[in-house]
Structures are given as structure tokens and as C-alpha cells.
Write a protein that binds this ligand. Structure first.
Ligand code: HGY
Ligand code: MN
Ligand code: MN
Length: 407
């Protein structure tokens, strides 16, 4: 038994059209009209596959396929929201491979012991509303629902209002659910599988992640008549922070990664000294202890950069997810499935966060990676070859069958 490659390929193409960018990438930010259209497309396909579709308070979508016994379900899925000018595989591939696995169960009339549930999580990317994995974080009981509802995008629009506007504010409580296991297929978003000529990654865990936001308040003034000796330029302090964030990674070494991805300047015009700068700092490492060493260095760096320029600041470490090892029995089931599929594979760690990170907090979770061409992701160049997708999807199908008690 194997998945239907052509059907899966068509689904990737069809869903990838919703929010497609002129360069063939994808912009489908959480709770925008494009996200609504992508959700509606998935709900229609889930109905056609005979799934009972429900929506919870965070707009998470569940498609339930009954099992032979009233047991906790095997859940599998991912997300359909993207980053701006992102790719058509991040998140979307996991949702479509889960749909394809269910369609394959239907093709063969298989009644698994445990029910099987397809799940689509809201706002995984954290691109529009921070932090990332927001809705799986609420479901896992790690983020209060009210905090998520009050998250605002850069235009001050509230998450709750957008959920309501697109018609995905569901009645189901967004709380931990009993599950046999949670499986997520995802692109690796790094170079390892491709470098080693492998089709599948058996994911053993996900790195620890910390997000901080820094607001620097300087003195806005005229770029011309203001003598250099009396300036307090928020952007000069910010620039010292940006290069210092890179230095922290270099000094700590190992696998730590640090990124300033978002920076806004006000008033952001040629002839005014920047009065205010806000910026984001993302720090990740497989070891929580390394993050515990990195953050005090960041605090010191910001304090010194701002003292030197005579500006004030607010630094908030507002999101932290610990290193998350996946359940050994689920990892073993994924490995068995990769072997049975005949895929060349290796065990691997995820440098990207995923909804599986929060699902692992409430039940046995595991992931399957497929290669990213050139290791690229969160960009329009993101691509994974169908041969690899087929092997990954067959691995997901077999792992789900194994864990759900195949017919
Ligand atoms: O940030 C991440 O790692 C994921 O793409 N949300
Ligand atoms: Mn993703
Ligand atoms: Mn992503």
C-alpha cells in the first residue's frame, strides 16, 4: 500500500495557488483573506474525505476519521499559514501529506483501531501575530487563550477580531486533548538531508527557542543643524546591538544561532535622527543551558550599547520554548516506517520550531522531515522534489497506520 503521488502533487499545486506570489512563492499570513481561502479549500477536501470537521476557539481545524474502537486518536497535521514571500512547502506539505494518508486509508477501506484526526494549527509562523506556534501553544495549555486573543499585528489588529472576521472562531474548547500520538511531516529547512543524499529525516527533537523584543528610545531631531556631540540616535545604538547579537553566537560557538530579523525605525526618513527603533532577537540552541548563558550576554550588550549612546530602552524576553525531545516510541515507529518505505534516512534534530513542539508537551509526538533544496526555507526559493515528498508521505502513512493499529 502506498500513497497516490499524482493526487498529492495536484493538491500541492492547487493549495499553493492560494496566496501565490509572482515569483512562485507564497504569502498567506495567518487569518488574512488568503489564509481563509486556504482553510476553506482544506475544509472542503476534508469533507470530501469523509472527515467530521470541527473548529476550536483558536481556529484550529480538526478533521476526525472514526476508528474501530473509541480510543484516543492518532493526530497528524501542521499549518497552512506562511511567512511573507515564503515557500509552498513549509507547513502546507505536512497538512497535505496527512490528507493524502487519510485518502489512502479510504482507498483501501482500512478501519484503524484508533481514530485518526487531521489537524491544522492557526498562526504557526508567528509572522503576523507573535509568538510562533501560538494556537498549538494555547492548546497545550502553555499560552493563555486571552493572551493569544489580544495579540496584535503591526497595524494593531487583534487576533480575536481576525478569527471572527474570517469565520474561524470555533466553539470547541482549545484545551489539551487525549491522543495516541501526534505526527507532523515537515520540510527540513536546512541542508543536512540533501547534503547526505537522504530522502527522510527521523526527527528526534526540536531546539530550545527564545524570542525577545527591544525598544530603544533616543531623541528624534533634525539631521542637519543638530551637532554630532549632542545626538542620541536610537539607530546607532540598535546597530551596535545587531552586530553584538551576531558576536554572541560566535563567542558561544557550538550550534547556537542568533538572528535580528525584524527592525523598524521611526520616523524612518532621510533628514531626521531616528528617535525610536524596535527590533526582534531570536536565539536557538539544542541546549537550554546555552540559552541561559546567551540571554545575560544579550542583556549586557543592550545595556552597554544604550548607555554609550545615551538612549533608554525596554528589553522583553517574551517567549521561550525548551529543548523538546520526541517520544521514543513514536520516533521508533517513524524509523520503522522509513525502513519499510525503503527510504534512505537518518535521525536528525530540528532547528526550526513546529507545532509538534507544543504537542509533545501533552502527548507522544514525532516528526518526519523531507529535504529542502539548498537547505532554503522562509523564502520563495523553497522547494522539495516530488520523489522525496512521496517517500516522506509513504513514511507518514505507514507510521500513522502502525500507531493507529492498521486494519
Ligand atoms: O520560527 C520557526 O522556527 C517556525 O518557522 N515558526
Ligand atoms: Mn513550519
Ligand atoms: Mn516556518
Amino acid at each position: 500500500m502506498h500513497i497516490d503521488r499524482r493526487r498529492l502533487e495536484r493538491s500541492i499545486e492547487e493549495l499553493g495557488k492560494i496566496g501565490e506570489t509572482p515569483r512562485g512563492g507564497l504569502t498567506r499570513l495567518a487569518l488574512t483573506d488568503e489564509d481563509k481561502r486556504g482553510r476553506d479549500w482544506m475544509v472542503a477536501r476534508m469533507g470530501e474525505a469523509g472527515l467530521r470537521v470541527t473548529i476550536d476557539q483558536m481556529g484550529n481545524i480538526f478533521g476526525q476519521r472514526p476508528g474501530a474502537e473509541a480510543l484516543p486518536p492518532v493526530m497528524m497535521g501542521s499549518h497552512v499559514d506562511s511567512v511573507p514571500t515564503g515557500g509552498k512547502y513549509d507547513g502546507q506539505l505536512g497538512v497535505l501529506c496527512a490528507l493524502e494518508a487519510i485518502r489512502t486509508l479510504n482507498d483501501h477501506g482500512i478501519r484503524t483501531r484508533h481514530p485518526v484526526t487531521l489537524v491544522i494549527f492557526t498562526n504557526e509562523e508567528g509572522a503576523r501575530f507573535q509568538p510562533a506556534m501560538l494556537a498549538s501553544g494555547v492548546l497545550a495549555g502553555k499560552i493563555p487563550l486571552e493572551d493569544a486573543y489580544n495579540a496584535r499585528d503591526k497595524d494593531g489588529i487583534r487576533l480575536l477580531d481576525e478569527l471572527e472576521r474570517i469565520g474561524y472562531l470555533g466553539p470547541e474548547p482549545c484545551v489539551p486533548r487525549p491522543m495516541r500520538a501526534y505526527l507532523e511531516l515537515h520540510i527540513e529547512q536546512g541542508p543536512r538531508l540533501e547534503e547526505e543524499g537522504l530522502a527522510v529525516g527521523v526527527v528526534e527533537g526540536i531546539v530550545a527557542i527564545s524570542w525577545s523584543r527591544l525598544t530603544i528610545q533616543g531623541v528624534q531631531d533634525h539631521a542637519g543643524p543638530t551637532p554630532m556631540r549632542i545626538r542620541h540616535d536610537a539607530l546607532v545604538a540598535a546597530a551596535a546591538v545587531v552586530t553584538g547579537v551576531r558576536r554572541i553566537a560566535r563567542e558561544l560557538g557550538g550550534d547556537v544561532v542568533t538572528t535580528v530579523g525584524n527592525l523598524t525605525v521611526s520616523p524612518n526618513i532621510v533628514n531626521a535622527i531616528p528617535g525610536k527603533v524596535t527590533l526582534s532577537i531570536d536565539v536557538r540552541d539544542p541546549r537550554d543551558e546555552t540559552l541561559d548563558r546567551a540571554l545575560p550576554r544579550l542583556d549586557w550588550l543592550v545595556r552597554e550599547a544604550c548607555r554609550h549612546e545615551g538612549v533608554t530602552y525596554e528589553l522583553e524576553h517574551y517567549w521561550r520554548v525548551p529543548f523538546t525531545p520526541f517520544d521514543r516510541t513514536v520516533v521508533a515507529a517513524v524509523e520503522r516506517a522509513a525502513r519499510a518505505t525503503g527510504a534512505r534516512y537518518r535521525r536528525i534534530l530540528s532547528g526550526a520550531g513546529h507545532d509538534a513542539q507544543y504537542m509533545a508537551a501533552i502527548g507522544p509526538a514525532g516528526m518526519i522531515f523531507v529535504p529542502s533544496r539548498g537547505g532554503r526555507s522562509h523564502c520563495e526559493e523553497e522547494f522539495t522534489a516530488m520523489d522525496d515528498i512521496e517517500q516522506g508521505a509513504n513514511t507518514l502513512f505507514r507510521a500513522a497506520l502502525d500507531l493507529a493499529g492498521g486494519g
